[in-house]
Design a protein. Structure first.
Length: 560
């Protein structure tokens, strides 16, 4: 047995040596033929390019088309002296292709030819875009009314043992996510099965479990679409692709993470429609909204929105930009990623790998003579300083900070070594926000609050000094989630923001000079008559917009 294992290891090592020698020889020949060398085993294959030459012809003539950009076709060949190869290339040129040749070994070509088995008649790819006809999408959306219908469609497709089913399953998953307005699709392999979950209104929800063998093929399909390396499973990879929907595109961000039972995949659905929400529909209380509109009408200064990841900060900033946009002003954004393309606004995306950070983006933006700048996030001293200086020198600056509340923005800026004397001169207003799920209007039901709930509601409403905020609500009634088909039996449908804000007035300016804590800033802001998040949330609970339990999920209601 030991001898057998030794021989097997020797054969494996010899095979690797032969492969390495073949690649070395191909590199030498590439230099002689004055062609670039290419290893197709590590090169992403564009399926649309692969379709240009049929598999049997590609194998017979020892070549493969591996990428297409416009009319430029990139082709890997074994030898430029092969007459059959030359004939195919001439035919491609007659068809209008601008052919670019690369020399590849036969082993390398074999790996590219293997990709033909992943082709599907159901979808095509153009430079990372998954085409699904609007008719097909409409067909899916017509069939999908809830999570159960997604489950049934996938199960029916799983029962059909064809290669095409893999693409179909992916299309159903994507169409289903769009139909139920999921923000993320989670594919999580466990021992013996794979779990599919959607993130609906910020909460992960099970859809179904399916077999690991199907997931292996599905994973290859997703990686292929996203431009990820198929042969790498032991490290994290990030990619992207787009779905064509009529005249627009929905971008999908792919994240693959190695786990105990295979790669876990999360597909983030960046749907412009879910991000493009008018300022008036975000859930901002009318009194706070009037304050914000006044602050955004100023020609300079800074408006900060704070909160954890996923609290809707970017959506709020986009709503501000859309509100103030006009032909007479120039707006530049520095983002990561660009989630929604705004017409008439210059948007640039950071790329840390290339050294293009928020800091570099902000420096470059200021040389473009902007009136308004949006910086996706202030995370270091240099970015904070430049953003503050921009706000002091005639620019209106929008940005985000990672703090728990509006009061935390002031000590956070001091922590970033911003001079306390200029903070209130530059900062117009600091906001904080969270997202709560809205009760399903079809199945919600009223109820009398329990004793402890009554006490909690009373304790928070007592802190609202201006009782006109409570004029149209009853303290004796709350609403509960029930669940129906309309809301996928969750009791909730959609999300809304709860907000608080602190203006940089004289009392705040005096407090900031003393290196204050969050508590001291909040105390200094009490006279501004703006609701904090607990108060804003309780009013939404009493109006039946959300439930007390849901509010407690995102805000600490017991905190003093």
């Amino acid at each position: 047995m030991v001898q057998f294992k030794k021989e097997e290891e020797q054969k494996r090592q010899f095979g690797e040596y032969i492969d390495e020698e073949a690649e070395n020889l191909t590199q030498i020949l590439a230099s002689r033929y004055k062609l670039p060398y290419l290893d197709l085993a590590t090169t992403p294959i564009n399926i649309e390019a692969l379709k240009v030459i049929k598999e049997n012809l590609a194998r017979e003539t020892k070549l493969v088309a591996f990428n297409a950009v416009g009319k430029k076709l990139l082709v890997g060949i074994l030898s430029p002296q092969n007459l059959k190869t030359q004939d195919v290339i001439e035919n491609l040129k007659k068809q209008g292709w601008d052919v670019n040749l690369f020399l590849a070994s036969e082993k390398s070509l074999e790996k590219a030819w293997d990709r033909y088995k992943e082709l599907s008649a159901g979808s095509e790819i153009h430079s990372g875009v998954l085409d699904i006809s609007s008719e097909e999408i409409q067909e899916f959306l017509g069939k999908i009314t809830n999570l159960k219908s997604i489950q049934e469609l996938i199960e029916d497709t799983l029962a059909v043992k064809t290669t095409y089913r893999i693409s179909k399953i992916l299309e159903i998953m994507l169409a289903g996510a769009l139909a139920v307005k999921a923000s993320d699709i989670h594919l999580e392999p466990e021992e013996g099965y794979v779990r599919l979950r959607y993130r609906l209104d910020g909460v992960l929800t099970n859809v179904l479990n399916f077999d690991s063998k199907t997931y292996g093929l599905l994973l290859s399909r997703i990686k292929l679409l996203s431009g990820l390396k198929l042969n790498i499973t032991g490290q994290a990879q990030d990619g992207r692709f787009s779905i064509k929907m009529g005249d627009g595109e929905i971008e999908i961000r792919t994240s693959a993470l190695p786990g105990a039972y295979g790669d876990t995949v999360v597909l983030r659905v960046l749907n412009p429609k879910s991000i493009s929400v008018p300022l008036e529909e975000l859930g901002i209380h009318p009194r706070l909204l009037s304050v914000l509109l006044y602050e955004t009408s100023k020609p300079n200064g800074m408006i900060l929105t704070t909160g954890p990841t996923g609290s809707g900060k970017t959506t709020t900033l986009y709503a501000f930009l859309k509100k103030i946009h006009s032909p007479g002003i120039k707006i530049i954004t520095i983002e990561n990623p660009i989630e929604y393309h705004l017409p008439g606004i210059v948007q640039t995306q950071t790329d840390a790998k290339k050294g293009y950070t928020f800091l570099e983006g902000l420096r470059s933006a200021l040389r473009q003579d902007p009136d308004v700048i949006m910086v996706g996030e202030i995370r270091d001293k240099e970015t904070a300083e430049i953003a503050i200086n921009a706000a002091l020198t005639g620019h209106l600056v929008f940005s985000t900070l990672h703090t728990n509340n509006a009061a935390g923005a002031f000590p956070r800026l001091i922590d970033l070594d911003v001079n306390p004397k200029i903070i209130t001169s530059a900062l117009n207003i600091a906001m904080a926000q969270r997202l709560v799920r809205k009760l399903c209007p079809k199945c919600r039901k009223p109820s009398k609050p329990k004793k402890e709930e009554q006490e909690l509601i009373g304790k928070i409403t007592e802190t609202i000094k201006d009782k006109t905020y409570l004029e149209d609500v009853s303290l004796e009634k709350v609403w509960e989630a029930v669940g129906c088909e309309e809301c996928n039996f969750s009791g909730f449908k959609g999300r809304l923001g709860i907000y608080e804000a602190i203006r940089a007035d004289q009392k705040i300016e005096e407090a900031v000079q003393k290196n204050p804590s969050e508590r001291e800033i909040k105390k200094a802001s009490l006279g501004q008559n703006i609701l904090d998040m607990k108060q804003d949330g309780i009013i939404k609970v009493l109006k039946g917009v959300t439930s007390l339990r849901e509010l407690g999920r995102v805000v600490d209601l017991l905190e003093d």
